[in-house]
Design a protein around this ligand. Structure first.
Ligand SMILES: [Ca+2]
Length: 213
């Protein structure tokens, strides 16, 4: 197994966690978290991205924990994996009814999840296997259950993943209201990150902490 990326927000610093603000800058907060002391709070248009590799990663298994505090007034992306040619291999839109809508630039809509409730954490997983660009395998899971799966032709793009974006209505301008949280993000190149898994987290400038994510 190779771990490509880990963030539990326990450094209380976006840059240290490996994220760059994309639209407006979200806050790391202590009020609502999946584990530890901190999680990421995203209001409308607040989002971040992490750059896995300029050349792209052919296979990514992404897991994050997701919490809806306030449902949005319109559908907007809360997660997106973008390839090296700026195409979106898979995205998840959160709808006003709490349903997650999985879509792809490689052929449009895929499928929807059951409705998420406010006030609880969910484990969300995304799989992008782009080793065969003419048949990119895409999957989305909610609490371990696959709700979207498709093989799509990338149409001449290099579909290897460069960026993971998370946030509230990423790039959309569709949400006037909505508030969501993210925690314990992990990306592997060969299998879904187990829960729990180990994260090495700088607790202070001088002390390395070990905790379970
Ligand atoms: Ca945390």
């Amino acid at each position: 197994m190779a771990r490509l990326f880990t963030s539990d927000f326990e450094s209380n610093n976006l840059a240290t966690e490996g994220f760059v603000p994309f639209d407006s800058t979200p806050s790391i907060v202590t009020s609502i978290k999946h584990a530890g002391s901190y999680a990421l709070e995203c209001d409308p248009l607040e989002s971040v991205r992490t750059d896995l590799s300029a050349g792209g990663v052919p296979v990514t298994y992404t897991r994050f924990w997701f919490y809806v505090h306030t449902l949005p007034d319109n559908a907007g992306d809360i997660a997106r994996q973008e390839d090296v040619d700026a195409g979106t291999a898979i995205s998840l839109r959160l709808q006003p009814d709490g349903i997650l809508f999985a879509a792809s630039d490689f052929g449009g809509d895929i499928a929807t999840s059951s409705a998420l409730s406010t006030g609880q954490w969910y484990r969300i997983e995304l799989l992008v296997n782009a080793t065969t660009p003419s048949s990119v395998h895409l999957e989305a899971r909610l609490d371990g259950v696959t709700f979207a799966a498709a093989n799509r032709n990338a149409g001449g793009e290099d579909p290897s993943t460069r960026y993971l974006y998370i946030g509230g209505d990423i790039t959309g301008g569709d949400w006037a209201t909505g508030k969501v949280y993210f925690d314990d993000i992990a990306i592997n190149d060969d299998n879904f990150p187990d829960a729990p898994s180990i994260s090495l987290t700088p607790q202070t400038a001088s002390v390395q902490g070990v905790r379970i994510v």
